[in-house]
Design a protein around this ligand. Sequence first.
Ligand code: NAD
Length: 338
Amino acid sequence: MHTITLIPGDGIGPSIADSTRKIIEATGVGVSWELEEAGIPAIEKFKDPLPQQVLDSIARNKIALKGPLTTPIGTGFRSVNVALRKEFDLYINLRPAKSFVGVKSTYADVDLIVFRENIEEFYSGIEHYIDAQKSAAETIGVVTRTGSERIVRAAFEYARKHNRKKVTIVHKANILKFTSGLFLDVGKKVAQDYPDIQCNDRIIDNMAMQLVLNPHQFDIIVTTNLFGDILSDLCSGLVGGLGLAPGANIGYEAAIFEAVHGSAPDIAGKNIANPCAMVLAGAMMLDYLGELVASSKIRQAIAETIQEGKYLTRDLNPEQPVGTIEMTDAIIKKIIAM
Ligand code: NAD
């Protein structure tokens, strides 16, 4: 029996978290969920976007499954997502983007993994207006050797373990000579410890274009926080959009699994969100827990449901869509029949 902290989140979060929970339970894996509120629902209940009891629950269980949390733009409270990653030193943000047969997209057979440094640089929260008139503002992006080394090493270790061939280091060292330069320098040094894995590097702007032109030339991508955030959304667009893009935040002591996408306020409460990104994050969580039979059942059931094309949400089948609940039920039926 695994005890897991479950944070449903807000927006489409509660609905896709419900789907994820039901689908995981359908695999027969033993889970005891500790339900916790964070973000806007926690402000409403506890007047705190990140109550201590949430931190205590994750610290105790060392594992959490999280729905998306809205972060107010420009003003308001700081990102709870970023705070959680920092609190538990979840320095790896692992975001795979893999094609599914049956999804209409520009490319078939895309299989990319983004390793995004998850704590430092422009997400370190060191920012302020320079004067009371707010005439200018600055954000300080801190990149450390230790932080760079551990994320690049994580990418190479993953490549070795999963028999992947190539790691591409993405940077902007031509302009950000110190921060991005340090990342590239450390990355190249780490690569020397892995002669069995090819390594190259790309400047971020060129990388964005190359990914759109020919994603098959890439395998594993490792980069700093902001570039990784942007590129992973781009990669999800290459395989059918955010509805199919899961992610994991992993540290030495704890891990939090979530979809790449956000709370999608434009479609919240309408039973139209695709649950698969969070469900696939749940499958990554089961991998992490060693529940490989359960995780492969989930992936197979999703792949078959997509390939059949009968029970798909609007993002995957705009002509004849079904709702979140109906797609969830179709996936569950397949799992039970396995
Ligand atoms: P978003 O990812 O929520 O939505 C972008 C677009 O993708 C929208 O059109 C949305 O309808 C669509 N979309 C997203 N998930 C979908 C799904 N499962 N099925 C179908 N369509 C889906 O990005 P946004 O609108 O820029 O951000 C909304 C809020 O989410 C913001 O407050 C942002 O800070 C937050 N956010 C949170 C996380 C997180 O919790 N880790 C990540 C990203 C954004």
